[in-house]
Design a protein around this ligand. Structure first.
Ligand code: ASP
Length: 356
């Protein structure tokens, strides 16, 4: 099966990889659950593939037969607009049959367990399950009970790998190589799965990441004003004392939503005070580098973590993030589901001609 795009597509042997030995012995990968075990080569391959997919999304007739005959189910136990719709659109452009299941309209609302829901769907012969769940780790559990490829579309406070891939893709398309670039992430680091995945993703690409938030919204053992060591898994992550320090000379400023649905304790004085002290506005963006990008994973609470003026201003790439989401999710679905294991990320049966 050839890649439906004109881009390089899958290159499991990863010419662009930092470490050839890492690629040589990598086990076949069936799922995308997190970014932490993806090599830089695998990430670059997905972004390269997304480049070609983006070209397809811009065509008048946006349809390819690449995944014809494949069935993809989106299984969402949490609300979503952009993630669910973009996965659906991605699957449909690739020619797959996409079925959407939401917890509120499924037998989950009748008390069916997660395991039985998955077994039921599995019995219908599906190729991919795109899962969003309020509990961290749920997609891992599901991946142990299905033959389908599982894509984590956000699990609790844990991870949101496709959001991070599309964020990397958006930054790469705007500023190129991320090595040495300064990324400021401002907001609810404690409860945001995007924060965790994006910190890992940008650090993998060699960027210098600084976060800023109230000290009630970082893990207890972290201290504002410090730089984390390798033992934390986020070695080199800077914890700014205040938002001005974080955005100073930044190449990218990312505002995160306050995850009110995940906060069980009063970690914030008030949304108004949060906005005054950590909200991203024109005055704070002026501290960043000229031409710095302003990002937000959405949904935005305008007037809280981001002002309307900058959210829709010249530096904002928020809508571009949404557009890129479809291309990146096409690349992920194609990589996991295209006929033959050769197309799977890191697949050892690669027929790309580059495998060791
Ligand atoms: N849409 C992203 C997520 O699902 C960000 C957010 O909800 O704040 O995690």
């Amino acid at each position: 099966m050839t890649n439906p795009t004109t881009a390089a597509g899958n290159n499991p042997a990863g010419e662009s990889s930092n470490d050839a030995s890492e690629e040589m012995f990598v086990a076949p990968r069936q799922h995308l659950l997190d970014l932490d075990d993806l090599s830089v080569g695998e990430i670059n391959d997905l972004l390269d593939s997304a480049e070609g997919m983006l070209e397809i999304t811009g065509r008048d007739i946006r349809k390819t037969p690449a995944l014809r005959g494949k069935t993809i189910i989106t299984l969402f136990f949490e609300n979503s607009t952009r993630t669910r719709v973009s996965f659906e659109q991605a699957g449909k452009i690739l020619g797959a049959d996409v079925i959407n299941v939401t917890a509120s309209t499924s037998s989950v609302s009748k008390g069916e367990s997660l395991l039985n829901t998955v077994k039921t769907l599995q019995a219908m012969k599906i190729d991919a399950l795109v899962v969003r769940h309020p509990h961290s780790g749920a997609p891992y559990f599901i991946s142990n009970h299905t033959d389908a490829s599982v894509v984590n579309a956000g699990d609790g406070m844990h991870a949101h790998p496709t959001q991070s891939l599309l964020d990397l893709f958006t930054v790469r398309n705007n500023i190129g190589d991320m090595a040495g670039k300064k990324i400021a992430i401002v907001g609810d680091v404690l409860y945001s799965r995007v924060a965790r995945s994006d910190i890992l993703a940008f650090q993998k690409m060699g960027a210098e990441v600084t976060i800023s938030c109230p000290n009630t919204l970082i893990p207890d053992e972290w201290t504002l004003g410090s730089t984390l060591g390798d033992e934390t898994g986020f070695g080199g992550l800077k914890l700014a004392r205040n938002v001005e320090e974080a955005v100073d000379s930044a190449d990218v400023v990312m505002a995160l939503r306050i995850q009110q649905e995940r906060q069980d304790a009063g970690h914030l004085p008030s949304l108004r005070e949060y906005s005054d002290r950590w909200g991203i506005n024109a005055k704070r963006m002026a501290l960043a580098n000229d031409g710095a990008l302003l990002m937000h994973p959405g949904p935005m609470n305008e007037g809280v973590e981001i002002s309307s003026e900058v959210a829709h201003g010249a530096q904002s790439v928020v809508e571009e993030q949404v557009r890129n989401a479809v291309a990146v999710r096409m690349a992920v679905l194609y990589t996991l589901c295209a006929p033959g294991k050769s197309s799977r990320i890191g697949g050892s049966e690669s027929n790309s001609g580059n495998e060791a």
